[in-house]
Structures are given as structure tokens and as C-alpha cells.
Design a protein around this ligand. Structure first.
Ligand code: GLN
Length: 203
């Protein structure tokens, strides 16, 4: 928790970056849609949004984004991938295999919950967020199949992790930006103490 609004970037080549910007505003942060590596320097945290991971990869490979994002994570600032963004963060991607940043020690299966018509909303209990269950929107979501020993599972559904963290790198299979509930953004970016635990950031 800090006494100034945090500036949180959203990688905005493609996908639902605008919904994340609105969610961040609701959560009390200052969102910034970014498309250039140089913009990373001014951020307190970064979101890789949902969308189409293959399309995002094309943008990421056009410039040295892989190195820049690895440096961003190494700087200790929170990095949060949702859905396609979670796929980009994974160590291993299957069905089909594709390149990824390897910043979170997990194996993900793309579209593991089915196709667009199989999208669904689930109410999931999440201890870290308090007693109220979290309404979670899954849209052609990846299944997190395995996680390494350094990964903490914050929420699971149907026997699979759906929200995980490794240090300050976070991934969600669902879309927390698509509901009015801002607790996930608050937790990841340490935005305000709305009765939830902090993410362990230094004071
Ligand atoms: N199925 C998409 C992909 O593989 C992710 C879907 C989403 O982000 N809602 O990239």
C-alpha cells in the first residue's frame, strides 16, 4: 500500500486492454496503455491482458520485448498476465506449443476449457480475498496443467489452479477485469487495504 496512486501499464497491442484500464481506475490506480518498450520505465506494475496470445507474440517478437519484460519482472515490480497474458508468461505452452516468456513456472494448455461457446462464469472461493467468492469469467481460457514448486496457487477451480503467483509474477486463467469486483487487481498491485491481505510488497 502506498500513499500515491500507482501507475499500472497494460500491454495494448491487442485484446481487452481497455477493460483492464477501467478496472484499474475503479481500483484506484492510474492505468497507462503502453505499446513501446521505453514506456515500461515509468510503471509501478504491468498487465499482459487477455486476447489472442499468438497475435500478441507477433508484436512481442518485432522488438526486444522478451528481454524488456524479463528485466521488468527482475526489477520486482508486479507483472500480471490474464488468459492470453497468462499463456505468454508460462514456462511451457501446449496445444499447440508456442513461444513464451517463461517467467512463471507452469505448463498451460491453450483453450483447455473448450471453445468460445464453452465460455462460462464461476463463483470461486479465494481465501486471499476474504469470505466473498470471486465471480470469474472464463473465455477460451487456458488450463494451468502443472505448476512448479515455487508457484503458489491463490485460487483453483475444477481441480486446476486458475490464479497463481511466483514471487511478484501473477497469472489468472480467467478475466478479473470483466466484473465490477476489483479485489484481484487490488491484491496484485497492492492498491488499497479493502480488508484483503497485501501481496507481500515491501512497504
Ligand atoms: N484462447 C486465447 C489464446 O490462446 C486466449 C483467450 C483469452 O485471452 N480470452 O491466446
Amino acid at each position: 500500500m502506498t500513499d500515491h496512486p500507482r501507475t499500472i501499464g497494460i500491454l495494448s497491442f491487442q485484446g481487452d486492454f481497455a477493460a483492464h484500464a477501467q478496472a484499474l481506475e475503479r481500483a484506484g490506480a492510474t492505468p497507462r496503455c503502453i505499446r513501446r518498450i521505453a514506456e515500461l520505465a515509468s510503471l509501478d506494475g504491468l498487465i499482459l491482458p487477455g486476447g489472442e496470445s499468438t497475435t500478441m507474440l507477433r508484436f512481442l517478437r518485432a522488438e526486444p520485448w522478451f528481454d524488456a519484460l524479463r528485466e521488468f519482472a527482475a526489477s520486482g515490480r508486479p507483472l500480471f498476465g490474464t488468459c492470453a497474458g497468462a499463456i505468454l508468461l508460462a514456462r511451457v505452452v501446449t496445444r499447440p506449443p508456442q513461444a513464451s516468456l517463461g517467467l512463471l513456472d507452469m505448463t498451460v494448455q491453450r483453450n483447455g476449457y473448450g471453445r468460445q461457446v464453452d465460455s462460462f462464469i464461476a463463483r470461486i472461493p479465494v481465501a486471499a480475498l476474504g469470505p466473498k467468492p470471486l465471480e470469474s469469467v472464463f473465455i477460451r481460457a487456458p488450463i494451468i496443467e502443472t505448476v512448479g514448486p515455487g508457484v503458489e496457487t491463490l485460487a483453483e477451480y475444477g481441480g486446476h489452479p486458475v490464479w497463481v503467483r511466483q514471487g511478484r509474477v501473477f497469472a489468472a486463467a480467467f478475466h478479473p477485469e470483466m466484473t465490477d469486483d476489483t479485489r484481484v487487481h487490488e491484491f496484485v498491485f497492492d492498491l488499497k487495504p479493502s480488508g484483503i491481505k497485501s501481496n507481500g510488497a515491501p512497504a
